[in-house]
Design a protein around this ligand. Structure first.
Ligand SMILES: *Cc1c(COP(=O)(O)O)cnc(C)c1O
Length: 343
């Protein structure tokens, strides 16, 4: 696994009048030449306040991205870097949303793209990948079989992976910059984030750490990770204290976007949770469904994976009497997963 280190300075005062996109944090994004930026003016999503058990929770509307999930944060940066490196074709594997995002930005950059997905991926997600002009490779078996197929293809083609490629995380970190700016350059106390491969958890940590280092904010929020009971390797490992990620057998779940039995960066995720004094919680399929329904009733059409985080907010706020500034997000739009909503 590779991580990226580079230094930069960023002055919040100079950002104010910039365009309302995630590229307003330009100095923090490791692309050398502006001419290589592949962008749909994405990001800087609204931060809405919703009430859960007498707690006001701020929710970033990341289901409003061009391909309807926060994965566009990583894709715009990673594909810009691929363009900068002169790459002409890429491969990626995904349960759906990362594939849609990479396929869309690759198309925009004129870069050839092959996306590997598990055979049972929802039709709405595969349609998006194909309509962006990417070649779709449906792989029988588990999510891990799909990852193995992509890794083989990556021996000869650039791997635009949201789990392995460090540039992706320097896109997802903009989630942290946006929150800090939208809260008046303050940190929240708590972040409640769903995690499968942890691109949002690791990205948030990188973003908040950088802002602390730059003296823009004072501390990194506590990170609470939410998994589905059906596939909870991080939960198991965190609570039994083992140093290697416990292997788990995946049970069926409507939260397909976090059904990751072997997260590549699992140890890194748990180090972050421990360091920020957070924890890992699980939610049941019933709780996910209830959260999905309660959000739909408020007018928020999110996908079931996204509802897992909302069920996590329900759980956390029900047992907390602390006055904390809590931030979470809608990770993905429900129009891509209408079949799941009816199951
Ligand atoms: C990818 C995804 C997640 C989980 O993100 P990780 O980076 O895998 O932890 C959650 N919700 C949605 C909608 C996603 O697409």
């Amino acid at each position: 696994l590779l991580n990226l280190e580079f230094s930069f300075t960023l002055d919040p005062k100079q950002i104010q009048n910039r365009k309302s996109t995630l590229w307003r944090y330009r100095e923090a994004i490791p692309i050398i030449d502006d001419a290589n930026i592949v962008s749909l003016d994405e990001g800087h999503t609204p931060l809405l306040a919703l009430r859960f058990h007498e707690h006001l929770v701020h929710i970033k509307q990341d289901y409003l991205f061009p391909t309807n999930s926060f994965k566009d944060r990583g894709a715009t940066v990673l594909i810009s870097k691929a363009k900068e490196l002169g790459i002409t074709s890429v491969v990626e594997d995904s349960s759906g949303n990362a594939g849609s995002a990479i396929a869309t930005y690759a198309a925009l950059a004129g870069i050839g793209c092959r996306i590997f997905v598990p055979e049972n991926t929802s039709a709405e997600k595969t349609v998006l990948i194909q309509s962006a002009g990417a070649r779709l490779e449906k792989i029988p078996g588990t999510r891990e079989d799909t990852a193995a197929a992509a890794l083989r293809a990556a021996q000869s083609t650039y791997y635009a992976s949201h789990t392995w490629n460090p540039y992706f995380f320097h896109g997802t970190k903009t989630f942290a910059y946006e929150i800090a700016e939208q809260m008046g350059w303050q940190s929240p106390d708590v972040l409640i984030l769903p995690a499968g491969n942890g691109t949002l958890v690791i990205g948030s940590y990188i973003g908040f750490s950088e802002m602390v280092r730059l003296g823009i904010i004072e501390r990194i929020p506590k990170i609470i990770v939410i998994q589905t009971e059906a596939v909870a390797p991080l939960y198991r490992t965190f609570h039994d204290g083992s140093s290697e990620i416990d292997p788990v057998i995946s049970q069926p779940t409507i939260a397909e976007g976090i059904a990751i039995a072997q997260p590549v960066r699992g140890k890194e995720i748990l180090r972050i949770v421990r360091q920020t004094e957070g924890t890992v919680l699980t939610v049941s399929e019933d709780e996910i469904r209830q959260a999905l329904t309660s959000m739909s009733n408020l007018g928020f059409m999110i996908e079931p994976t996204s509802a897992a985080a909302i069920a996590g907010i329900e759980l956390y706020t029900a047992s907390s009497d602390r006055q904390e500034k809590i931030v979470s997000l809608f990770t993905g739009h429900g129009l891509k997963t209408t079949i799941l909503h009816r199951l």
